[in-house]
Design a protein around this ligand. Structure first.
Ligand code: BEZ
Ligand code: FE
Length: 301
């Protein structure tokens, strides 16, 4: 039996895992072990730091509930969610399809249904905003009966999931496009917000001297039969954090600047944004472009 040293330990682990039946799992785990060991060697990880990391991950798990996903938040703040989004877009986004953005930890399935142009603000109040446009396919034709799911903060910067009673839904809903692919959402101006800072991820962000804010945005999830699901968001260009999003979600093509008097707006007196979403045909191998999930579904798995 050969004694292990700080380099041969890596090959020993990989050799023992070589019986892994699933080829993708084998590739992913081998690479994970190589990088994890490489990282530990590079920083000369000490026992104290190792234990701190175990404590941090333990608290991260303990902070997760059906309404809060601290591990997704960790992935987001480390830029991993955006990296997965970018790689998935590169592999699967076609032509001029709209860029993806983070799903984030505040998405919920089964939000209320609204008719074209209705307001998603049931209880929240604040300055109004209209987002309207079309869902278009790769030929520039309107996609009829596409589902347009919208969720955002209220005008104070909070999601309904952060309220005392998170079972009450507000500032989210589902719309359907008409025969020409048109959609229209009446809402309130979202406010930029701090990601949840009262848990282990917030403590990490604070220790790193980061501000912990996201610029104001409206999440959109667009789905239509035969098309690749589009998870994206529109970002308000005048937000002070537009260039320093703590979760790296902003791209130039998703930045909008609402104005009054926008032609075609259902109510041009209300600041409006016209934005057409471009969806790509669904490829046979395509699974999902979602980097995230409803937290209650992850907790239930
Ligand atoms: C969000 O946009 O809802 C979000 C994304 C990542 C972390 C926190 C919030
Ligand atoms: Fe958000």
């Amino acid at each position: 039996m050969a004694d292990l040293d700080e380099n041969s330990i890596t090959e020993a682990v990989i050799a023992q895992m070589s019986t892994t039946a699933d080829p993708r799992m084998k590739t992913v785990m081998e690479s994970l072990v190589r990088h994890l060991h490489g990282f530990a060697r590079e920083v000369r990880l000490t026992p104290d730091e190792w234990l701190q990391a175990i404590g941090f991950l333990t608290r991260t798990g303990q902070t997760c509930t059906p309404a809060r996903q601290e591990f997704i938040l960790l992935s987001d703040t480390l830029g991993l969610s955006r990296l997965v989004n970018l790689m998935d877009d590169k592999a699967n986004r076609m032509g001029d399809a709209t860029e993806a953005s983070l799903l984030g930890p505040f998405y919920r399935e089964a939000s209320p249904r609204f008719e074209m142009g209705e307001s998603i603000a049931k209880h929240a109040t604040g300055p109004e905003l209209i987002v309207f446009g079309r869902v278009l396919n790769e030929k520039g034709e309107g996609v009829a009966n596409a589902s347009v799911e919208v969720w955002q903060t209220d005008a104070e910067g909070y999601y309904d999931l952060q309220a005392q009673d998170p079972s009450q839904m507000d500032m989210r809903g589902q719309f359907r496009t008409d025969a020409e692919g048109r959609y229209a959402v009446r809402t309130l101006f979202p406010l930029g917000y701090y990601i949840p800072m009262d848990g282990p991820v917030g403590a990490m962000v604070t220790a790193q001297g980061r501000h912990g804010c996201r610029p104001a945005h409206i999440h959109m999830l667009i789905g239509a039969e035969g098309y690749r699901e589009l998870v994206t968001a529109l970002y308000l260009g005048n937000d002070q954090y537009i260039d320093s999003d703590v979760v790296f979600g902003v791209s130039e093509s998703l930045v909008v600047r609402p104005e009054t008097g926008v032609e075609g707006s259902p109510d041009p007196a209300v600041p409006s944004v016209r934005y057409d979403f471009h969806v790509a045909p669904r490829a046979a191998h395509d699974k999902t472009g979602r980097v995230g999930a409803d937290p209650s579904k992850i907790a239930a798995e």
